[in-house]
Write a protein that binds this ligand. Structure first.
Ligand code: GDP
Ligand code: MG
Length: 182
């Protein structure tokens, strides 16, 4: 969405976070939006989305970032969740290989529900847990290259790359709009 008025342009983009249960989706969002981490977070939280702003080219760009509120425990989220999304973070847990193996399914689901170009970032979360790592950085990188995704390893616990991951996606959406591919 963009609108022109006397004061310039305003942007509001929908971004979704997907991936298996307990990979850290809700904590990535709370770290980014509120700088909070919850060690005992439950699969279901009340909040559906958070809005975050950043400045690009002197313009205020807002992202409405959606969290699954626990739907992903059933290995699928509803089409309403994906509707209108122009950016996505596909998250796995670097300490649990099954969550990485399931990335393909999440990409398929995203593709099924999208009718536009979606800026996509593959996120290997919990990189603070290096001692029990189960998926190498190279594997993540390689999958991202094959699927043409941005890639980043993050930690919602110690904040590594969290802001960066969201901001790369938001910037890419903005670029897509500028290039008029949206
Ligand atoms: P979601 O189900 O994908 O939304 O995952 P949550 O955000 O609820 O996190 C699931 C569990 O993993 C919680 O116990 C979190 O505290 C923990 N967690 C989330 N992110 C990280 C992280 O970056 N590092 C570590 N060590 N634990 C994390
Ligand atoms: Mg959650």
């Amino acid at each position: 969405m963009s609108s022109d008025d006397e004061g310039g342009e305003e942007y509001l983009f929908k971004v979704v976070i997907i991936g298996d249960s307990a990979v850290g989706k809700s904590n990535l969002l709370s770290r980014y939006a509120r700088n909070e981490f919850n060690p005992h977070s439950k699969a279901t939280i009340g909040v559906e989305f958070q809005t975050q702003s950043m400045e690009i080219d002197g313009k205020e760009v807002k992202a409405q970032i959606w969290d699954t509120a626990g739907q992903e425990r059933f290995r699928a989220v509803t089409s309403a969740y994906y509707r209108g999304a122009v950016g996505a973070l596909i998250v796995y847990d670097i300490t649990r290989r099954t969550t990485f193996d399931n990335v393909g399914r999440w990409l398929d689901e995203l593709k099924t529900h999208s009718d536009t170009t979606v800026a996509r970032m593959l996120v290997g979360n919990k990189c603070d847990l290096e001692s029990i790592r189960d998926v190498s950085t190279e594997e993540g990188k390689s999958l991202a290259e094959t699927e043409e995704l941005f890639f980043m390893e993050t930690s919602a616990l110690d904040s590594t790359n969290v802001k960066k991951a969201f901001e790369i996606v938001i910037r890419e959406i903005y670029n897509n709009v500028s290039r008029k591919v949206l």
